[in-house]
Design a binder for this molecule. Sequence first.
Ligand code: AP5
Length: 218
Amino acid sequence: MIIAFLGSPGSGKGTQAKQLAERFGFHHFDTGSMLRVEAASGSALGERIAHYINAGNLVPLEVIKELVLKFLTATRAERIMFDGFPRNLDQARVFDEGLIEAGRTLTCAVYLQLDPETIEDRILNRRTCEVCGRIYNMKSNPPRQDEVCDRDGGKLTLRADDNPEKLKRRIEVYMSETVPVLEHYRGQDKLCLIDADQPIDEVTSSIVGLLGVTDGAA
Ligand code: AP5
């Protein structure tokens, strides 16, 4: 089973993908986190990537293409969840071709549909554990102790691109580049809509019901 999560910044792609990976053994392929790790590494490629992320723009196709095709060629995982990919039509075409080459099929593109007015509130209140990557929200999903991860005591941090100015650009990019991807999958009859404007557990239940997943290993 191969799933792609689509949705605006803050729609809950990372939150849902992490839960489903833990509960049902999906391999979580998260381009945003992978790119942030490379950006923090100080490599020449990382510096280039950081420049795009910090501007709220998409990282160039050739970088993403290499990441995804390498993964698709090597992976043996039965259950895979792509989080934040594909982000534009060029990436969607690369994905279609890469899947064919790997003899795999996309099960569905899950679109987490969120009211635009909710985006800013979610993003500006998000905190992420710098150790395990667990995602919190200071309003809707706070840690037990301020700024400390419940799971491992790691420090909770605000992402560098989670501020009003960068978020504005990320939303513009989402509208112009990613929204057309929804039509791409609607045309393939693979687009599945989920109301992301419900509590986290209810969104998870909707996705589990849609996918019909049961326990299993990646
Ligand atoms: P990326 O990391 O993918 O960011 P994004 O798409 O902007 O999405 P977010 O991570 O902001 O939101 P999310 O939907 O995962 O929400 P979350 O679950 O955290 O990309 C960052 C950058 O990397 C891009 O701008 C680009 O530069 C680059 N990049 C990444 N992929 C790329 C690609 N394929 N091609 C080119 N460039 C790429 O939730 C948000 C908050 O809301 C949290 O606080 C959470 O606790 C809370 N929350 C979640 N669900 C609910 C709910 N149901 N109710 C209440 N609160 C909720």
